[in-house]
Design a protein around this ligand. Structure first.
Ligand code: ATP
Ligand code: MG
Ligand code: MG
Ligand code: MG
Length: 476
């Protein structure tokens, strides 16, 4: 009497097989038809309750969200759109559910409402699809790098390094908040802290990843990163997952090629393994767009968009070209941008989205950014103004990847750190890679939730992570 998963069962030919299924009730119609879901697919299994076989007490307990164990025979279904159903011969209630109090009704709920009951939203079709796709993408990431011979490295979550300068850090401390030990000048004495110095949650595993790349040749990390972003946007979380490959003997061009191949590979994997869930989400998006005026609707459906992305090369332009395009755009001339455009700005999401959505209509890789808006470790170009950086911008989101060739020349690196007031003694271990057999190397970071957003078409990053961490939101 082993449990069969509903996804698998629905592929069978009905031949009177005896099965046991377990799951949660989605609906119970006419005291006869149970739509049972076990999370393996959005498709419910129809369980037909034999009339007269069960007492009223039991039937009353078959309510929305009650959990059941059902055994019976698999028979052809007369209903439309389903080839089989299970005759419920024995039904055991595993857990009752008070349908009056259960917040999920068998109707469409708004994503905002579902965020308030994030602990139950996995039981909806939308989140079922999103999280099964998220799982597949995570698996495909490991598969891709494993096939390429990269070593999977675990970089630290708690670290003293704060050199990235990418965002606000979360401090890690065991000092008493009300009365911390103090130095003579009144500042907090972190020498008394757990690690004998101040420490933070990591914002990126890159610096440590470079140590791995300059030993193993090619590594990747895939782990959680933390940024105390104060902004409430649809693409920022305080806790997000990042994939960071780092490659020795690699320049900016190789780096871009790998990133493009990688993104296409994992999208293709999801298209092959999550067809049903993608079709569900595509339909959901199409229904939503029907509410919009014609000119606000997307030109392509979700699946068409993904097919287009895997089958076409990404556009590659320099930062300087990107700024020129923006300056000449109708959006700029009609003052449609909220933030000003000029050479030297850190492009805002509205600028990035203009480039991909309006101008090129495909993903864009922007290279050679001004050095003043990028981190100290990026390789300096000969023009003295730009660095060998590359960001990948995607429709609907903007930046999904940030990467660069790293500065492998010790003198240039030290000089840049001095200009940016980054104390070299704090990063002695990092600089050692340049002292002992330095090599050209490069890498990038792909925000995992951003690619999940892209593949699922979900508009808000909070809807692609199980437990979103955002300002004032950390209950469970
Ligand atoms: P943004 O411009 O969107 O703030 P960033 O340039 O600060 O991103 P990087 O430091 O380049 O981000 O980090 C590499 C990648 O990590 C980004 O391209 C993005 O995909 C992802 N990422 C960065 N910050 C966040 C965040 N707060 N939440 C989710 N993903 C993020
Ligand atoms: Mg940022
Ligand atoms: Mg950015
Ligand atoms: Mg970036």
């Amino acid at each position: 009497n082993k449990r069969v998963k509903i996804k698998e069962l629905l592929t069978w030919e009905p031949k009177d097989q005896q099965v046991t299924v377990m799951g949660w009730v989605r609906t119970f119609r006419n005291n006869q038809f149970i739509a049972l879901n076990d999370g393996s697919t959005n498709n419910n299994l129809q369980v037909v309750v034999e009339l007269g076989k069960f007492d009223d007490e039991l039937l009353k307990r078959i309510t929305t969200s009650a959990s059941l164990k059902v055994s019976g025979h698999v028979i052809p279904s007369l209903g439309k759109g389903q080839k089989l159903e299970v005759r419920g011969e024995t039904i055991e209630i595993l857990g009752d559910s008070d349908a009056e109090k259960y917040p999920l009704q068998p109707k469409k709920h708004s994503l905002e409402f579902l965020r308030e009951i994030a602990h139950l939203r996995f039981r909806t079709n939308t989140f079922g699809s999103v999280f099964r796709i998220r799982h597949s993408l995570a698996f495909a990431i490991h598969k891709f790098y494993n096939e390429k011979g990269f070593v999977y490295m675990h970089t630290p979550i708690v670290t003293a390094s704060d050199a990235e300068g990418a965002g606000e850090m979360f401090r890690v401390t065991t000092l008493p908040l009300d009365n911390p030990p103090r130095n003579e000048d009144g500042s907090v004495n972190f020498k008394e802290d757990f690690f004998g110095r101040s420490s933070n949650l990591t914002v990126s595993g890159q610096l440590e990843g470079e140590l791995g790349a300059t030993a193993f040749g090619e590594i990747y990390t895939f782990g959680p990163t933390f940024r105390a972003e104060n902004s409430n946007t649809a693409r920022h979380l305080a806790e997000f997952w990042m994939i960071e490959p780092e490659m020795a003997f690699c320049d900016l061009e190789d780096n871009m090629n790998l990133a493009e191949e990688f993104i296409k590979y994992i999208i293709k994997y999801a298209m092959e393994h999550n067809r049903e869930d993608l079709e569900f989400l595509a339909q959901r998006l199409a229904d939503e767009e029907k509410q919009l005026p014609q000119d606000k609707r997307s030109e392509m459906g979700l699946i068409e968009k993904l097919e287009f992305v895997v089958n076409n090369s990404f556009e590659r332009i320099t930062y300087t070209e990107a700024i020129d395009i923006l300056l000449q755009s109708p959006a700029y001339k009609k003052k449609k941008f909220q933030y000003d455009v000029k050479w030297g700005i850190d492009m805002q999401s509205e600028h990035e989205r203009y480039l991909v959505e309006k101008h090129f209509k495909k993903p864009v890789i922007v290279t050679n950014y001004p050095k003043d808006i990028k981190a100290f470790y990026m390789r300096q170009n000969d023009d003295g103004k730009t660095v060998a950086a590359m960001d990948i911008l995607a429709p609907g989101i903007g930046e999904i990847v940030g990467g660069s060739q790293r500065e492998e020349r010790l003198d240039k690196l030290e000089q840049r750190m001095a200009e940016m007031h980054i104390p070299a003694e704090e990063l002695w271990w990092y600089l050692d890679t340049r002292r002992f057999g330095t090599v050209p190397h490069a890498g990038f970071g792909l925000g995992f939730e951003r690619i999940v957003q892209f593949v699922t078409g979900m508009g808000n990053i909070r809807d692609v992570i199980a437990f979103p961490r955002t300002p004032k939101n950390c209950e469970f």
